[in-house]
Design a binder for this molecule. Structure first.
Ligand SMILES: Nc1ncnc2c1ncn2[C@@H]1O[C@H](COP(=O)(O)OS(=O)(=O)O)[C@@H](OP(=O)(O)O)[C@H]1O
Length: 313
C-alpha cells in the first residue's frame, strides 16, 4: 500500500481510500493547517464562534429565606442542563456591593447561549438596600423565595447558631424580651427573619409580584419534583428535573438526588442540612406561633398563596 510520511515521521496510510476520499482528507488537512496558522498568530478571537461562552449577570436569584431550603433548591436546579449557578453564596447585594458589578459578574460561571445564570444568597430577602440594588442591575431579574413555617425556621436558625457557639443562651431566653409577659424579642434575627410580609413589602416597592416565585420549603421536602415543576415553569425552562431524579433517603429523612451535577453517584445534602432540632418547650412555640399568625395571614394575602402554617390538623 501507498504510504505518505507525515510531520515528525508519522506514516499515514491512504492507499485503501478512493481518489474522492483522498481529496477530502487533503482538503480537511489544509483547512486545519490554515486554522492553526491563523490561531497561532492570535486572530482566533476574531473568528465567529458558534456558541457563546460568557459570564452574565444572574437572570434569576434565590433571595431567601435563610434556613428555608435554599441550598436544596439550588442543588436540584443545578442538574438542569440549562442552569449554571455559583456554588458559594456571593453576598454581593448585602456585604460586597462596594466591589462593583464587574466583580459580581466575574463570580458567575460561564454560560452557553440559552443557559441561565443563577446564584443564591438568603440574606438578600431581609436586606433593606437589596431590592434597589438588584433592580438597578436588572429590573427583569426573577426572584425566588423559599419560605418555611417561621417558627420551625427560627428553631432551625437557632440550631445553626448553637452549633457554632455552644454557650448560647436558651431559645426561650433569646425569643422573649420579657418571659413573664410573653413579649417576643423582634430584634433577635431568628425571630425577625420570619416576618415575611414585612420584608416582602420592601421588595414590592421595586418589583411587581409577577417577578417572584414563592417556593414552599415544606413541599420541597415532601414533594420535591412537584415544587421543581413550578420552579422550572417560572424560569421558562423545560421540565427536565422530575421525580426520576429524587429518592427519599430514610436515614437522612430527606429527599436526595440520584445523580447530582457532575457525578453519577446518588448524593444527599451535607450534615448541616437536615440537622436534628433541640426540643423547645411547647408553650414557647405556641406563643411564637401566635406572634407570627397575623404576619403569616398578611403574607398569604400578599402572595395569593396559603402555605398552611397556621392550619390546625
Ligand atoms: N433535600 C434536603 N436535604 C436536606 N435539607 C433540606 C432538604 N430540603 C430542604 N431542606 C431543609 O433545608 C434547610 C436548610 O436551609 P437552607 O439551605 O436555606 O439553609 S441556609 O440558609 O443556606 O443555611 C434544612 O434545615 P434544618 O432541617 O433545620 O437543618 C432542611 O430542613
Amino acid at each position: 500500500p501507498q504510504q505518505r510520511q507525515g510531520v515528525g515521521g508519522a506514516a499515514f496510510n491512504f492507499g485503501h481510500l478512493k481518489v474522492q476520499s483522498k481529496l477530502s482528507v487533503f482538503l480537511t488537512m489544509i483547512i486545519l493547517f490554515v486554522y492553526l496558522f491563523y490561531c497561532l498568530n492570535g486572530f482566533c478571537e476574531y473568528l465567529p464562534t458558534p456558541v457563546y461562552d460568557r459570564k452574565k449577570f444572574p437572570q434569576a436569584i434565590i433571595i431567601g429565606v435563610k434556613k428555608g431550603g435554599t441550598r436544596a433548591l439550588l442543588e436540584f436546579l443545578r442538574i438542569h442542563p440549562d442552569v449554571r449557578a455559583v456554588g458559594a453564596e456571593p453576598h454581593f447585594f448585602d456585604r460586597f456591593y462596594d466591589k462593583g458589578l464587574d466583580w459580581y459578574r466575574n463570580l458567575m460561571p460561564r454560560t452557553l447561549d440559552g443557559q441561565i445564570t443563577m446564584e443564591k444568597t438568603p440574606s438578600y430577602f431581609i436586606t433593606k438596600e437589596a431590592p434597589r440594588r438588584v433592580f438597578s442591575m436588572s429590573r427583569h431579574t426573577k426572584l425566588i423565595v423559599v419560605v418555611r413555617d417561621p417558627v420551625t425556621r427560627a428553631v432551625s436558625d437557632y440550631t445553626q447558631t448553637v452549633s457554632k457557639s455552644p454557650g448560647l443562651p436558651s431559645f426561650k431566653n433569646l425569643a422573649f424580651r420579657n418571659a413573664t409577659t410573653g413579649l417576643i424579642d423582634t430584634s433577635w434575627s431568628a425571630v425577625r427573619i420570619g416576618i415575611y410580609a414585612k420584608h416582602l413589602e420592601n421588595w414590592l416597592r421595586y418589583f411587581p409580584l409577577s417577578s417572584f416565585l414563592f417556593v414552599s420549603g415544606e413541599r420541597l421536602v415532601t414533594d420535591p419534583a412537584g415544587e421543581m415543576g413550578r420552579v422550572q415553569d417560572f424560569l421558562g425552562l423545560k421540565r427536565v428535573v422530575t421525580d426520576k431524579h429524587f429518592y427519599f433517603n430514610q436515614t437522612k429523612g430527606f429527599p436526595c438526588l440520584k445523580k447530582p451535577e457532575g457525578s453519577s453517584r446518588p448524593r444527599c445534602l451535607g450534615k448541616s442540612k437536615g440537622r436534628p432540632h433541640p426540643q423547645i418547650p411547647s408553650d414557647v412555640l405556641l406563643r411564637l406561633r401566635d406572634f407570627y399568625r397575623p404576619f403569616n395571614l398578611k403574607f398569604y394575602q400578599m402572595t395569593g398563596q396559603n402555605f398552611g402554617w397556621d392550619d390546625t390538623a
